[in-house]
Design a protein around this ligand. Structure first.
Ligand code: ASP
Length: 316
């Protein structure tokens, strides 16, 4: 039997045990395990990698703890604008959306674009017309509201700063004890097909229609059966410039490095040299996985048909 595997993340950044209460930690672990189990169940039942990453990311989007879907961060104008992408490594099909509001599950809209449109990437208010036509579930603004994200934004809204959940002293003190986390999933199914999906609310207090790496195919999300499926989390601007997700694939394809070696090179060398704090999760078509990060922590988990079943937050 071929090995099948699912890995997920709920964001990387300054995640320290000293900032965490036992209750909060338990909530994160529960949310991550639920997403892991839902996605893995799809693979166990013979579903595709695309279906598995979609199922896992929907659970994380619905969980208010994570910065995606419900619980997304506030923009400068006090709204939630979300980005998401999905890619199928079996045929390089991809779908992505940027800067959309009121979409309950942005990953589903990205999937709909991949499967039922002639396009790859839709953005802004007009993307809603497509969502409505396809019967994608919408929610009122209230649904996305969370008090802790609102409080986080209130501390910043009169400044010109926008906060990533990653590094930077000012942000660190603002974020102390707060919750954050872009979400993503990668999977390798029983057929050896791989897929990746990533979803985010982006940065707190973002303005001017800022978009990060998440919906950019090759930067925050990429999948190719020949090499790997990758979902990133971190300082989006740097991940865009590094073309981080595709870089892992290119290193595997052209240099012959394995998944772990290629991911380690990008996360712990190239991104570090560029000042790009964060991490990524990846699988290859043999069902191997890796979850490197160069920040203090990364919400993450992996389940595989070889018996692996782990949810982790900190470095050790
Ligand atoms: N990469 C995301 C962005 O820049 C943020 C994150 O991973 O938390 O929008």
């Amino acid at each position: 039997m071929k090995k099948f595997t699912l890995a997920i993340h709920g964001g990387a950044g300054t995640i320290l045990q000293t900032d965490m209460t036992p209750q909060l930690e338990a909530s994160y672990q529960k949310g991550l395990q639920l997403a892991l189990d839902k996605g893995f169940e799809v693979l166990e039942l013979g579903g595709s990698a695309v279906e598995a990453v979609n199922a896992a990311v929907i659970i994380l989007e619905d969980d208010i703890l994570f910065n995606a879907g419900r619980g997304s961060v506030f923009t400068k104008k006090g709204q939630q604008e979300m980005d998401a992408a999905i890619m199928d490594g079996s045929n390089l099909a991809a779908g992505a959306i940027a800067g959309v509001r009121n979409i309950r599950n942005p990953v589903q809209l990205a999937t709909e674009i991949m499967l039922h449109s002639d396009h790859v990437f839709l953005a802004g208010a007009d993307a809603i017309d497509f969502a409505l036509r396809q019967g994608i579930k919408m929610e009122a603004d209230d649904y996305f509201f969370s008090q802790f994200r609102y409080d986080q934004w209130k501390q910043m809204r009169d400044t010109d700063n926008s906060a990533l959940d990653h590094g930077n002293q000012a942000v660190e003190s603002l974020m102390k004890g707060k919750k954050f986390g872009t979400v993503g999933a990668v999977a390798c199914d029983r057929q050896g097909n791989v897929a990746a999906a990533t979803s985010t609310g982006g940065m707190t207090n973002k303005k001017f229609g800022r978009i990060g790496d998440t919906p950019i195919i090759g930067s925050g999300n990429y999948a190719n059966n020949k090499t790997c499926a990758i979902s990133c989390t971190g300082h989006g601007e740097i991940f865009i410039k590094a073309v981080a997700a595709y870089d892992v694939s290119a290193i595997m394809e052209y240099k012959g490095l394995n998944l772990q070696e290629a991911m380690d090179l990008v996360v712990n060398r190239k991104l570090v040299e560029m000042g790009g704090e964060g991490g990524m999760i990846g699988v290859d078509a043999l069902g191997n996985h890796s979850m490197p990060f160069n920040s203090a922590g990364m919400y993450r988990g992996a389940r595989s048909s070889d018996g692996t079943n782990q949810v982790l937050i900190y470095r050790n």
